[in-house]
Design a protein around this ligand. Sequence first.
Ligand code: T4K
Length: 404
Amino acid sequence: MKKNRIEDLALFGGKPAFDQTLHVGRPNIGDRGRLLARFNDMLDRDWLTNNGPFVHDFERRIEQLLGVKHCVAMCNGTVALEIAARALNLTGEVIVPSFTFISTAHCLQWQEITPVFCDVDPETYTIDPGRIESLITPRTSGIIGVHLWGNTCRVDDIEAIAEKHGLKLLFDASHSFGCSHRGRMVGSFGCAETFSFHATKFINTFEGGAVVTNDDELAEKMRLMKNFGFAGMDRVIYIGTNGKMSEIAAAMGITSLEDMEGFIACNRNNYHGYRRRLEGWPGLKLMAYDEREKNNYQYVVLEIDPEQAGLSRDDLLTVLHAEGVRARRYFYPGCHKMEPYRSYFPHAGLLLPVTERLADRVLCLPTGTQVADRDIDLICDLIHFITGQADAILPFVRSERIAQ
Ligand code: T4K
């Protein structure tokens, strides 16, 4: 229901705009018939995991789609990052953005490699190549770029820096499956790229991930590492872990891939719906997608300038949450402000002004196949109303937040 008076807002006792909460990460479920048929096949085969036929099929489909030599499916995106970092022999220090999901930093610290946080570009939200070189020390062994929200990094510039300094380059492409950079699909940049196929990602395997690479030796090493280091029935040649994707996950992944174009069309329609309604509204900036590239339109990212909008991102979020719009503060407060990094590097923020500004201003809005055009209209109506009435609403919103 459209709100016309402040008393209509849920925060002031009105009925929430949505009876059922709208989430950012609602899973896209592909064709159920085909999915369930695959589950039956799997059960009939009595082969549930350990490099089964569905995993094999899923990997080959991804290689074909991305034009990359090797896809190594994993149990999740975090383990994919950990295994890639280990297989690349990353040690000492690795330069990463702080404006990312915590896994990008944790995959390093987990193996006692120090993440050195680099600021991001304010337009693309990805690691700022102009700031990388000043962070390189004799201990630096690599760089991890993150193609955040489907925006690809400035790959050429980062590759040039990595080459100049003899550093390994890995991309966390968790958000960028199906996207391209300068006409080439994400997947074959750097030494390797990793994906997440978590339930909240636009292509999902419940839990899952993958590393893709054109490097034969690296791929072979990662295949061994994800299977405890076994190189044969009774022969272990590396330290390894259990990073395997299960058959049920791959069955979901294959079904997701078959429906991928439909998911993208839906995301694109949602994104443009938001764009039409929010563009030009004072203090609001919707993240732009480069329409010359392939995009998955998986995230609808709104940046709020508190001076112009009349209220902050957190004020807006408080009102939206009360209305049943579960927008998210990805990636607040930045990895450098989370433990253990916050304690290790208490002054890291001094070198991360763009990250800190964005972490305070950005929110992600609900999208995906479970969000309808009318939902987007209602959310945009709400945002217009809330920002239009900011002065009157603010004192209540802030006291509400203190009370929470
Ligand atoms: N690198 C980057 C850049 C990443 O963004 C991620 C993961 C990774 C690496 C690591 O990949 P994985 O190891 O996760 O494969 C979620 C996801 O759990 C996480 O995969 C994702 N990034 C991150 C951006 O978002 P949370 O803590 O926000 O999850 P949660 O439980 O709050 O769920 C998000 C929203 O989705 C909620 O509003 C509820 C909704 N939801 C969630 C699930 C699981 C559903 O509606 N249905 C569901 O089944 O991290």
